[in-house]
Design a protein around this ligand. Structure first.
Ligand SMILES: NC(=O)c1ccc[n+]([C@@H]2O[C@H](COP(=O)([O-])OP(=O)(O)OC[C@H]3O[C@@H](n4cnc5c(N)ncnc54)[C@H](O)[C@@H]3O)[C@@H](O)[C@H]2O)c1
Length: 329
């Protein structure tokens, strides 16, 4: 059997999900709560949404701390009594990081360091954290394989690379069991379509549902390894359960299939029954032309077996956005 639902932890296991008001964090928190575990969320709602947390309040076992990972005392409080930390809090978006590098350093680097130190002091079992495919930078070889990274192309990518360096140090020097997950373009329910820095799938869906033509940066041939949210949830749970050999390391978390932006656009048009020509715009700074992951390391060391391919994930996602637009989700 594949997926995360067959995974289990001892009764009463306590998880901390930082960034739990965000897209990935709220989905992880919901999955764990639904499985009957206790979940504490730490979020400052700087980019996350209250509407992501509200439905989780209806499920037993949720505790919410509103605060910032930049504040070490808040991190300490959040880690107390916790078995597993699933650290998702960060500022995302490559273009935004180019506009505000100092802020990205403060939140993504210093905040993550605070979290590692607090998790170490609280003697948590594992510290699983969100890294990113952006750490591959200017390394053009496909598929992307762990151990063959290039130079980071943006402040955002530098923050994720730095997180990985600290996480390896925290394992090697202090024994904190860290596992890094290099997400590749995660998509699915609750991904925010309204931010100026929205990811490509929610952005295209938002524009198409409003009968507007989305902008494709470049000629649309650039490609991504789009990863459905349930696969990312599975990776987090498996990372918690992984043997110690996985610690101090980072893993590609993707499906292992690439889709061009052009193909994505026309699949969305078909699923949403729209006939609109896209607008083509300039290539964005910091963007990479292609991204495709080799996921064999995560398969071998974490037992990661992604359940949903791009097409299955996209259909489920569209259903959710359409229901939401109709006020049903
Ligand atoms: N979505 C993707 O495709 C993707 C790809 C690669 C990596 N990632 C990483 O995965 C993680 C989650 O991404 P997401 O897409 O859910 O982003 P998101 O913006 O939806 O969620 C991030 C959450 O972190 C919170 N946050 C930000 N600064 C904080 C602070 N100082 N203190 C406490 N909380 C804070 C935000 O309020 C938000 O709720 C991030 O670390 C991101 O860099 C995401």
């Amino acid at each position: 059997m594949m997926g995360y639902r067959q995974l289990s932890f001892p009764h009463g296991t306590r998880f901390l999900v930082t960034g739990g008001a965000g897209f990935i964090g709220s989905n992880i928190a919901e999955a764990l709560l639904t499985m009957g575990y206790m979940v504490r969320i730490l979020d400052d709602f700087s980019t996350g949404l209250r509407e992501n947390v509200l439905p989780l309040m209806q499920i037993k076992g949720l505790e919410l701390i509103e605060g910032s990972i930049v504040d070490f005392e808040v991190c300490r409080l959040a880690c107390s009594g916790i078995d597993y930390v699933l650290h998702q809090a960060a500022w995302g978006s490559v273009p935004r990081s180019i506009k505000m590098p100092l802020h990205y350093d403060t939140v993504n680097v210093h905040g993550t360091l605070n979290m590692m130190q607090a998790a170490l002091e609280a003697k948590v079992k594992k510290f699983v954290y969100a890294s990113s495919s952006s750490v591959y930078g200017n390394e053009a070889t496909l598929p992307k394989v762990e151990g063959r990274e290039g130079m980071p192309l943006s402040p955002y990518a530098i923050t994720k690379t730095t997180n990985e360096l600290y996480a390896k140090n925290y394992y090697d020097i202090y024994g904190l069991q860290t596992v890094g997950l290099r997400y590749f373009n995660v998509f699915g329910r609750r991904q925010d379509p309204h931010s100026t820095y929205a990811a490509v799938i929610p952005l295209f869906v938002r524009e198409l549902l409003a009968d507007r033509s989305p902008v494709i940066h470049g000629d649309g041939t650039q490609s991504r390894d789009f990863t459905y949210i349930d696969n990312a949830i599975e990776a987090n749970l498996r990372a918690c359960l992984a043997a110690e050999v996985a610690c101090g390391q980072a893993f590609n978390i993707a499906y292992g299939q690439c889709t061009s932006i052009y193909e994505l656009y026309f699949t969305l048009c078909r699923l949403l029954n729209k006939k609109l020509e896209p607008i083509y715009g300039p290539i964005r700074a910091g963007d990479i032309p292609h991204s495709l992951a080799d996921i064999s390391k995560a398969r071998t060391l974490l037992g990661y077996t992604p359940e949903f391919d791009f097409a299955q994930g996209l259909e489920a996602t569209i259903e959710w956005y359409v229901a939401r637009a109709a006020g049903l989700a």
